[in-house]
Design a protein around this ligand. Sequence first.
Ligand code: ADP
Ligand code: MG
Length: 255
Amino acid sequence: MTVTLQALDVYKAFDDNQVLRGVSLTAVEGDVISLIGSSGSGKSTLLRCINFLEIPDSARVSMGDIDISIDSKNRSSILAKERAAIQQLRSRLGMVFQNFNLWTHMTVVENVTEGPVRVLGIPPKDAHDEAMELLAKVGIAEKHDQYPVQLSGGQQQRVAIARALAMRPRVLLFDEPTSALDPELVGEVLKVMRELAMEGRTMVVVTHEMGFAREVSNHAIFLDQGLIGEQGAPQELFRQPQTERCRQFINSVIA
Ligand code: ADP
Ligand code: MG
């Protein structure tokens, strides 16, 4: 089994708030890893450190031939020195945010073609065809010429997923993709994510959807106070948490 993405010993503080205190995560091809934990436990920060939206205080992040190490000594010069590697890493990671983050002045299909045309250099016609396929895949092709504001949250999030896929990422990172949605719209987004998982996509998903974590992911990580409190097969972790804090968390979200 090929390791697709590895983040080792990620440390990150904001001033004196030590948010991540040595967290590691390894995804092999086809893994669906759910990251769970209470609000403020560092889940978003971990995802953001993995794609360097935040620069960790120290960490090693690798993916294929890309290998980026940051420590307290080189951190100040990291941006200059590792910029190319960070760009390359980012181009292999697709990110889906809680609030969709679509470009409001572009139509649905333009949102999906923008990156491929500008960043990957794909000819516009090809990018358009591919975008339409992706929009069909997430069940929203008929809205291709509308603007994000004309869409429901669930529809916008499905566009955001199509946009991420259009960049041909090797790993998809999701940060609470359904948390901003009205309850009746959660299912349509989870359905798309479940299909991606079934296709064998490698995914890391921060989620409060415990059903998704239990049934779709093959590995669950419980983050607690900046450390991995517990991890393992989701079925086991949910059925029989080994630590009191994980037990409390699971009871609080399932109740
Ligand atoms: P989670 O996603 O698990 O809810 P976060 O990773 O968003 O947690 O936040 C973890 C902690 O880091 C919180 O205490 C939060 O206030 C703090 N934090 C996150 N981002 C920043 C930032 N950009 N500046 C300062 N503090 C931050
Ligand atoms: Mg968060």
